[in-house]
Design a protein around this ligand. Structure first.
Ligand SMILES: NC(=O)c1ccc[n+]([C@@H]2O[C@H](COP(=O)([O-])OP(=O)(O)OC[C@H]3O[C@@H](n4cnc5c(N)ncnc54)[C@H](OP(=O)(O)O)[C@@H]3O)[C@@H](O)[C@H]2O)c1
Length: 315
């Protein structure tokens, strides 16, 4: 599997919460998404992360369509735990009940047009640990039945991730990691429990690409234009947070060393941080796919650069 995966949240297009807040990244062109995925395959990317709820099923459909006959060459991860209406494109709740796991998996396999999922991830980051233990055991049953190969929890809480880690076929934890937001405890857990660290928001939701400015609002259907409490770095109707942009600027010289673009440098920091990391940057275009896949050949930052980043950020 490639050291880099592609995150398929944005290519789900627009969807909303029951109270009308945007949960997607605005409009998308499905044909461009398909071209971007196929370009990623050409460039050696063999890992794709989606979720049933991204675009209320749309992301899974687009990914399945793009992969087509290349299915056997790649590792496909999806997630369960949210309830949504595909027709109205509204997410209306969550379900951590044992019955829901099989129901959700059946629906995901149908949308992906696949007979198994390689990595099945619990998408309720704060689910109760005792309920999660039961879900972990159901995932073991699904592995035995050949419907999934392995499973993980998408959570930033090491104690919760440790509950899943007890299962023999739990192979990873998905958590936030980027040069502005480190994750010491989760990386320690991955080392102790022999788990892969799959890194969401590796580009700090686009802040680490250098294209965002303060004071410029984003598209109406873009979650970054109406950021919920868990999404720092952007201000409602006002684009990027100036304090975050100053931190990105301070790191620019290190991240753009050896001919890297800023986004490639952000991925290089993640690989330097731990050999277990697998960043999964989001994308919407072929150009983004090419730039992000181009980071693989340039490799990780050096240990010295890692230390310089910590010094600059006062860590
Ligand atoms: N709870 C969870 O399980 C969870 C939560 C969050 C994310 N995830 C997963 O992690 C993936 C990635 O995280 P993320 O979506 O939060 O954000 P991210 O990867 O930090 O940022 C991705 C965004 O940055 C922009 N971008 C990417 N490459 C670029 C490039 N080369 N040049 C310029 N702009 C570029 C694109 O947005 P624009 O073009 O619109 O700027 C893209 O959608 C998601 O797709 C999803 O698979 C999981």
């Amino acid at each position: 599997m490639s050291a880099l995966g592609f995150g398929c949240w944005a290519i789900g297009g627009e969807w909303r919460s029951a109270d009308g807040e945007p949960l997607g990244w605005g409009r998308v062109d499905d044909d461009e998404s398909v071209r971007a995925i196929r370009r990623a395959l050409d460039l050696g990317v063999t890992f794709f992360d989606t979720a049933d709820v991204y675009g209320t099923g749309h992301s899974e459909r687009v990914l399945g369509r793009a992969l087509g006959k290349h299915r056997a060459e790649v590792v496909v991860a999806t997630k369960w735990g949210n309830l949504f209406d595909e027709r109205t494109r509204i997410r209306h709740g969550q379900d951590d009940s044992p019955d829901h796991v099989r129901r959700a998996l059946t629906a995901s396999l149908r949308r992906l047009d696949m007979d198994h999922v390689d990595l099945y991830q619990l998408h309720i980051s704060d689910a109760a640990p005792e309920r999660a233990a039961r879900l972990r055991d159901i995932c073991e049953e699904l592995v035995r039945e050949g419907l999934i190969r392995a499973y993980a929890w998408s959570t930033d809480d090491p104690a919760r991730a440790a509950v899943f880690a007890e299962g023999p076929h739990c192979t990873a934890v998905q958590h936030r990691l980027n040069v502005l937001q480190d994750a010491h405890e989760l990386l320690a857990l991955c080392a102790e429990s022999d788990l892969a660290s799959i890194n969401r928001s590796p580009l700090a939701m686009g802040l680490l690409t250098g294209k965002h400015t303060a004071g410029r609002s984003l598209e109406n259907g873009d979650i970054r234009n109406a950021p919920p409490a868990w999404l720092p770095g952007f201000i409602a109707d006002a684009g990027a947070d100036p304090a975050w942009l100053r931190r990105v600027d301070a790191l620019r010289d290190i991240l753009t060393s050896e001919g890297r673009t800023l986004a490639q440098g952000a991925l290089a920091w993640i690989w330097a941080r731990s050999p277990r990391t697998i960043p999964i940057p989001g994308f919407r275009t072929v150009l983004q796919a090419e730039e992000n896949a181009g980071a693989i050949a340039k490799g990780p930052l050096t240990a010295g650069q890692l230390a310089d980043v910590d010094r600059i950020l006062g860590r």
